[in-house]
Write a protein of this length. Structure first.
Length: 290
């Protein structure tokens, strides 16, 4: 069933403070206004660092939600003063001519912007299922973020979440998990030093192999008792089945893992590191086997 989606872009021009925005604005807001409604969020850069909050439900009190966000931004403004040229030129490494193509929005502002479904991941047959997945991922990540107080904890969470998810979806088949983790560890190879990251991943596993298996079983127990993770596995398997376990489902799964890492606040280079660790762990058979 098609739904009308609304996308609220909340500009907060400091990537390092987006956790604050998610924990103190989005988490309470979804509990107060979005109960029983589908929503999901992403961190994004175009127009300036911001959160994209996508919501659906014709009965939503949109004006009240926007007022709530504006009051929060007024009470807890971000004080960053980065300019459009500095942001796109230095942080995004774009040339001056390319910078002109991009929009720029005022810090501590909110814009209602049309939401266009990403056609790479959606078809008419799976659109509703994928939106359920995005909603479950957002709920899962918002609950988890309150416990992830530093980058190291985020990386650990991403490692175990990814490894356990693909183990369940690939029926604990070593070669299949190994191939998937290898292919997707190369996803961001063009912006990272592949050899450096692989060497770091090898050292990480070497330094943590004694505790790794204990931790993965602890995470497996935690995730097995998490209702949102259960729905994530169920719907991913349903998409796999309906697409006959084709390469497209692996492409979708890679994209889904990417957006989940985005939600907990990992950069593409950090994501590459996580996937390299996952591959190294699978290669050393440090993963669930049931």
């Amino acid at each position: 069933m098609n739904k009308e989606w609304i996308s609220l872009h909340i500009f907060y021009h400091n990537f390092s403070r987006l956790d604050f925005l998610l924990n103190n604005l989005i988490y309470p807001l979804k509990n107060k206004y979005l109960q029983g409604s589908q929503y999901f969020f992403l961190r994004y850069w175009e127009g300036g660092p911001h959160i994209r909050l996508r919501v659906t439900d014709k009965n939503l009190q949109l004006d009240t939600i926007i007022q709530h966000i504006e009051e929060f931004l007024s009470k807890y403004p971000d004080i960053s003063t980065i300019t459009k040229n500095d942001f796109y030129g230095q942080r995004m490494n774009l040339e001056r001519e390319d910078i002109k193509k991009y929009k720029w929005y005022e810090n501590n502002s909110i814009k209602v912007i049309p939401y266009h479904i990403e056609n790479d991941y959606f078809t008419k047959s799976n659109e509703d299922m994928i939106h359920v997945l995005l909603h479950c991922s957002s709920e899962f990540c918002l609950d988890l973020l309150g416990q992830l107080h530093d980058k190291e904890k985020k990386i650990q969470a991403a490692i175990y979440f990814t490894l356990i998810l693909i183990s369940y979806l690939m029926n604990f088949k070593h070669e299949q998990i190994l191939d998937f983790s290898y292919n997707h560890s190369k996803s961001w190879a063009s912006i990272s030093d592949k050899d450096l990251i692989q060497n770091k991943a090898k050292r990480y596993i070497e330094n943590n192999k004694v505790s790794f298996y204990k931790k993965i079983n602890k995470w497996d127990e935690f995730l097995s008792n998490n209702g949102f993770f259960e729905q994530i596995v169920f719907n991913c398997k349903k998409i796999q089945y309906e697409n006959n376990f084709s390469d497209d489902t692996n492409y979708f799964l890679g994209g889904y893992i990417h957006t989940t890492m985005n939600r907990i606040g990992l950069t593409p280079i950090e994501e590459t590191f996580v996937l390299a660790i996952v591959h190294e762990a699978v290669d050393k058979k440090l993963f669930l086997a049931k």
